[in-house]
Design a protein around this ligand. Structure first.
Ligand SMILES: [Zn+2]
Length: 149
């Protein structure tokens, strides 16, 4: 089953693959989103390969109910922390306190890294979490594989 090119590393954006996230982490993100509502909360997701192992909460520099942004100095210190902890920065997460777990036009417009995972925690209904990669103005959903205990 080898393709013609390059590495055998699979692409987590490929439908059959996905990104692994422990249940404890998804619970923490929903909890943080609820605690921060009605403002959007945000932070970085770190881990290794296609497995998210932790999140670094960061201030929402926009302090907005419909938008988030991360200050460059906060982003930098989070990257340094990840390096110290020997983890990769896999993407960002933020909450949608009152809208579905789909990237907003602003989310798509401000996404600059096509490899970054964008996790959105919606507090509508029972809360929902979805992940995307955003490339050239198009959001493509990435399967989240929730790992229990
Ligand atoms: Zn958003």
């Amino acid at each position: 089953m080898s393709g013609g090119s390059g590495t055998a590393v699979h692409d987590p954006a490929d439908g059959a693959a996905g990104v692994r996230v422990p249940r404890t982490l998804t619970d923490e993100l929903v909890h943080a989103a609820r605690a921060g509502a009605p403002l959007e909360i945000c932070g970085l997701l770190v881990g290794s390969g296609d497995t998210v192992s932790a999140h670094y909460p960061l201030p929402n520099a926009s302090a907005s109910e419909v938008h988030y942004s991360i200050a460059p100095e906060d982003q930098l210190s989070a990257y340094l922390r990840a390096r110290e902890e020997d983890l990769e920065v896999l993407g960002v997460y933020h909450s949608h306190p009152a809208s579905p777990a789909r990237p907003s036009a602003t989310d798509i417009a401000q996404a600059y890294d096509p490899e970054a995972l964008h996790v959105i925690v919606s507090l509508l209904g029972d809360a929902e979490m979805r992940a995307y990669r955003i490339r050239e103005g198009t959001a493509e959903e990435v399967r989240l594989i929730i790992e229990e205990g």
